[in-house]
Design a protein around this ligand. Structure first.
Ligand code: CO
Length: 210
């Protein structure tokens, strides 16, 4: 059987299984989604948001891109963020990186890879700001993993620089921002960093009237 046929068959089996557990499962979700979480993760196939958090459909709003970036000109990410914060009223936004991230590793190299160069440039900028710390580490794997952590913290801070988050903090005291890293070797999420309405940011990024 072709792999594409297999996943369609698996879908039918999954739907049946869900209905056997809970006959109203799809009926309930059809009416409303009210997730508490927005997940911003890497597109890497080994880090599926729902699976690693054992959450069901309806529990997590998800955006994924290469290396879990929050780029302030990315209309896709910003639209997802605005909808999640202002319409769904999520309580938590999670930026989740993962050790061994291919995007972060590529950003540490010098090979030209085409259009993705422009995306990876944002990670090179994070490296540039922490060059001394990263360069002091040993081999490329250790450097990559530290840059994964630094990148997650930088992307959380990038969220705090948006007027979307600043507005929600000022008027609704939510959401809390979390920076996590997932380990491919044991499937465990590590909490690295968090920010909420009491966290300060560099005043140049703070809007008076967000
Ligand atoms: Co990755």
């Amino acid at each position: 059987m072709k792999s594409i046929e297999r996943i369609l068959l698996e879908n039918k089996a999954w739907s049946k299984e869900k209905l056997m557990d809970d006959a109203d499962f799809f009926k309930r979700l059809e009416k409303i989604q009210k997730p508490d979480f927005l997940w911003i993760g890497c597109s890497d196939s080994r880090v599926p948001a729902n699976e690693v958090t054992n959450t069901d459909p309806g529990e997590m709003f998800v955006h994924r891109n290469i290396a879990n970036m929050v780029v302030h000109t990315d209309l896709n990410l910003l639209s997802v963020l605005q909808y999640a914060v202002e319409v769904l009223e999520v309580k938590h936004v999670i930026v989740c990186g993962h050790y061994g991230c291919g995007g972060v590793r590529a950003a540490l190299g010098n090979q030209s890879l085409g259009i993705i160069n422009k995306w990876l440039r944002n990670i090179k900028d994070v490296y540039h700001n922490h060059r001394d710390e990263v360069d002091a580490l040993g081999d490329i794997d250790i450097k990559t993993n530290r840059l994964v952590e630094l990148n997650v913290m930088e992307q959380v801070t990038n969220l705090a620089k948006t007027s979307i988050i600043q507005h929600a903090w000022k008027h609704h005291n939510r959401p809390t921002l979390h920076g996590w890293v997932y380990s491919l070797s044991d499937g465990i999420l590590k909490e690295l960093y968090s920010m909420d309405e009491s966290s300060g940011i560099d005043p140049i990024y703070q809007y008076d009237n967000p």
